[in-house]
Structures are given as structure tokens and as C-alpha cells.
Write a protein that binds this ligand. Structure first.
Ligand code: PML
Ligand code: MG
Ligand code: MG
Ligand code: MG
Length: 257
């Protein structure tokens, strides 16, 4: 990849009108591409939008934009898969892991009480001291963007760690790695809004990317993505890191801890 000419390629798809007109979110996707790979890259995201378990989109947008800022290279978070036998056991583990990252118990419970109220496309930001949502982005939330992981390096990493070449894991791990790389992020909690995918995760710089095999029941289309943040002196700078700072995840064996 020639890092001097990378394009950010973004896709979003919805049903019953566009997202801003109240349509149902179907799919979103992000990648970084060279100019010569743009056709393939656009096609990858087009395929993702057209074959989706949440439905067939009637609004679909793919946008390509040159990246002008310098790209930061980041080592992937370490991955661990926790097998659980019930959704309840899954959420018990979420609570334990979040506490380990430094989110107080009371704030975890407050966040859980708020989850059913959210129907947000992106992520919501919760302050770990007050338990209040601080992003002010309503139903849009914050969309983490401008990030990727070159296929060859991802495959090398996956083989070495005996992790499956799961594109979903890859996308989520890229996002979690970017989010947890910022010092104001204490932890991320996520599970998919896709009815056919029930594995989710808790991630932080210290505990890594902890997959949990059941965080909802099949058929459920409610997802969750929360970033627990330490008091942000500058919300604008934090959100602009998430949306604008280009990140390439790259596994360097010697930097692996
Ligand atoms: C999503 O599908 O939007 C999130 C998937 C999170 C879990 C991915 C994994 O580690 O399997
Ligand atoms: Mg998505
Ligand atoms: Mg790629
Ligand atoms: Mg989804």
C-alpha cells in the first residue's frame, strides 16, 4: 500500500429511506484503499450492502475521499474468546470485564439501564464518572472511520494466533484497536445489530479484545456500541480522532506483548 495516496472508502445502506430520513440501518463499512484498488474496494463494500441479513437496502451510499493526514500504524489488541453457554452468563462476564478495565460497578449498571432506550447507528459515549451519555449525537451516534488492516498482514496474524479469517472479527478488531488506542477510552462494549450474529466483545488497552460468544439471542436486531470514556476535557478533539485520524492496524511480531 502506498501510504502517500490512500483513499478512505465508506459505505452506508438503509431501508425505507435514508438514515437521516428515519430509514432502518442495514449496513455500514469502512476501508482504506490505494487508487488502483478503488474498484475492488468499492465492490467489496457494495457486496456487503447488497447481501445483508438485516434486509435489502433502498438507500445506498459509497463515498471515496483522499486521506490527507499522516497515517498512524497501530498493533492489534490481543484477542481472547470466552465461551459462554447462555446470554445471561455472557452479560455477567461483560460486567466483570468492564469492572476490570476501571468502569465503576454503578456506572456499568446505569449504562445497562440505558441500553434499551438507544437506537443509535454509531457508538455512544458514556462518561465513567457520571454514567451520562456525553456525545450529543442523538440517533446518529459517532461513526469511527478511516481505518483498515492489510489483508496479508491480517492473515499472517490470524494464522499465528489460530484465529479464523472472520471478516467481521477483522472489522470489529480494527475499530476496537483504534478506539482503545486513545487515552480517554477506558473500554468498549459491543454486540452486533445483525440478527444472525450473537458474539460480542469488551475491549480495552489492558484486557485486550475479549470476545464473548453469546450476548443476545438469534433473531434480535438490537445492537450495542458504547465507548466508556474518562472525563473528556475536549469532546470535539476526541470525536475528531475517532472520525478523522487515519489508522492502519499492523501486526509486528516483536511488538506483540
Ligand atoms: C458487528 O457485526 O457489527 C460487530 C461484531 C462484533 C463481534 C465480532 C467478533 O469478534 O466476532
Ligand atoms: Mg455495522
Ligand atoms: Mg483492505
Ligand atoms: Mg451490523
Amino acid at each position: 500500500m502506498d501510504p502517500s495516496r490512500l483513499y478512505s472508502v465508506r459505505m452506508r445502506a438503509s431501508e425505507n429511506e435514508s438514515h437521516e430520513n428515519g430509514g432502518k440501518h442495514i449496513s455500514g463499512g469502512e476501508l482504506l484503499s490505494t487508487y488502483s484498488d478503488l474498484r475492488i474496494s468499492v465492490n467489496t463494500l457494495l457486496e456487503k450492502a447488497l447481501n445483508h441479513s438485516r434486509g435489502k437496502p433502498d438507500f445506498l451510499q459509497i463515498q471515496c475521499e483522499i486521506v490527507n493526514q499522516p497515517i498512524k500504524i497501530v498493533n492489534p489488541l490481543t484477542v481472547h474468546t470466552n465461551e459462554v453457554t447462555t446470554v445471561e452468563e455472557g452479560h455477567e462476564l461483560v460486567r466483570n470485564l468492564l469492572e476490570k478495565t476501571g468502569v465503576p460497578k454503578a456506572i456499568i449498571e446505569k449504562a445497562y439501564q440505558q441500553i434499551p432506550e438507544y437506537s443509535v447507528r454509531g457508538a455512544i459515549l458514556i462518561d465513567i464518572h457520571t454514567g451520562e451519555r456525553v456525545d450529543q449525537r442523538l440517533d446518529k451516534g459517532v461513526r469511527v472511520s478511516k481505518m483498515d488492516w492489510q489483508t496479508r498482514n491480517f492473515k499472517k496474524w490470524a494464522t499465528s494466533k489460530a484465529v479464523p479469517y472472520n471478516p467481521r472479527l477483522k472489522e470489529a478488531l480494527i475499530l476496537a484497536t483504534k478506539v482503545c488506542n486513545h487515552k480517554s477510552t477506558i473500554a468498549e462494549l459491543c454486540w452486533s445489530d445483525d440478527p444472525d450474529y450473537i458474539t460480542g466483545y469488551v475491549a480495552s488497552k489492558n484486557i485486550g479484545y475479549q470476545r464473548i460468544t453469546q450476548l443476545k439471542h438469534y433473531g434480535n436486531e438490537s445492537g450495542c456500541r458504547i465507548f466508556f470514556v474518562d472525563t473528556l476535557s475536549d469532546l470535539h478533539t476526541y470525536i475528531s480522532y475517532l472520525e478523522e485520524q487515519p489508522i492502519l492496524v499492523q501486526w509486528e511480531e516483536d511488538h506483540d506483548t
